[in-house]
Design a protein around this ligand. Sequence first.
Ligand SMILES: [Zn+2]
Length: 199
Amino acid sequence: MKKCVVLTSVIFSLIMHSCGLRNDRHIAARPVIVTRGEWQAATARPYKSHKPVRITVHHEGTLIDSTKNVAVFIKNIQRWGMGNDRKWADVPYHFFVAPDGRVYEGRNVFTAGETATEYDPSGHLLISCLGNFEKQEIPKKQLDALVALIAYCSRKYDIATDSLGTHRDHSGKTDCPGKNLYRYFADGSVGKRVKELQQ
Ligand SMILES: [Zn+2]
């Protein structure tokens, strides 16, 4: 009887392994990332290096829907940010999450980001969700991709999930990332889902 139980458990574990079921959560947490080459980014200028120790979520602030050409939209953010208005080294954020759930690579993760408010973004890994979530709801695909990206970045760059926050947690001068996204941080659901993906 004992042998049978052991054999059954060995067979079960072999089936689990060969089906890849053990890795489901791991795979689910690894988003597909549109590279800078794919959205035709300009070369970044040199800028202050940093080590990200916390993850901070923003919204981009412009109303958007899934019909928008996101690659062109991000290219325009880069053109504006590197232009005379701001003179930044690159796009301000390390990642962008589009309404359709696609993730776009932003500036080098080991380069400090940019802000128009008073907090110092050094040490922050900045993720921006495209849209204005003061005015619109966040699509489910976009929120799911944000959760997966946070889980991925936390593991890849060894950043504690307890460090997770939003722009308004670090600055009193902004509504960013908008009430319709912020509520998923305030109720703890984003943090809970990130931890579930990492188990
Ligand atoms: Zn912000």
